[in-house]
Design a protein around this ligand. Structure first.
Ligand SMILES: O=P(O)(O)OC[C@H]1O[C@H](OP(=O)(O)OP(=O)(O)O)[C@H](O)[C@@H]1O
Ligand SMILES: Nc1ncnc2[nH]cnc12
Length: 186
């Protein structure tokens, strides 16, 4: 691998602190569990700082995070960037007027919703989740934000599972995507 294609030095550090649980929640799924990464104070800070440093000069208006694991990182990054936070929630959790998108998951299907007043036309939004697998969640969340007239400056996640094809699909939809580490060949 040439230097230009090499992973940034933090990728291995972060990946090494994610736990793989085989056959959960169903046989054949290699579940990439970020809880060890979050529970250690140093690795959690390194993780948050990767995102804060990347986005601090990008003139953002808002951070949106995806229910539920995307809330953990998204809200902290929003706070550190001095921005507001918008939750993209699973169906039936938001009390006000919503728009909705249905999508397929690696293990099931789901619907995400956002409040119609969550952001304004032209808002520059950073969309955060923990992981991209099939890409269905990220694409559905991006569609919701686009329907409200927002511009997705970038979608971002801690983990990319490229063998499931989601990151390619997200980028093919014209959504810029940043991930901290991937499991290509791991
Ligand atoms: O790229 P995809 O195939 O769409 O999969 C990725 C999504 O799946 C997981 O969420 P899940 O729906 O399991 O919900 P959770 O965050 O509540 O655990 C993960 O947190 C992402 O949101
Ligand atoms: N393999 C996986 N590990 C963790 N979260 C996921 N969400 C979808 N697929 C996943």
């Amino acid at each position: 691998m040439s230097l230009l294609q090499a992973e940034p030095p933090y990728a291995e550090y972060i990946r090494d602190r994610i736990r793989t649980v085989p056959d959960w929640p169903q046989a054949g799924v290699q579940f990439r569990d970020i809880t060890p990464l979050l529970q250690d104070k140093k690795t959690f800070r390194v993780l948050v700082d990767i995102f804060v440093h990347r986005y601090m000069d990008m003139d953002l208006d808002m951070v949106a995070g995806v229910d539920a694991r995307g809330f953990i990182l998204g809200a902290v990054v929003a706070y550190e960037l001095n921005l507001g936070f918008v939750p993209v929630r699973k169906k039936g959790k938001l009390p006000f007027l919503t728009v909705a998108e249905e999508y397929e998951l690696e293990y099931g299907s789901a619907t995400v919703e956002i409040h119609t007043d969550a952001c304004k036309k032209g808002d520059r939004v950073l969309l955060i989740d923990d992981l991209v697998a099939t890409g269905g969640t990220m694409v559905a969340a991006a569609k919701l934000l686009n329907r409200l007239g927002a511009t997705i400056v970038e979608a971002a996640a801690i983990v990319d599972l490229p063998e499931l094809g989601g990151s390619k699909i997200v980028r093919e939809q014209g959504i810029p995507l940043f991930t901290v580490c991937d499991y290509a060949g791991h």
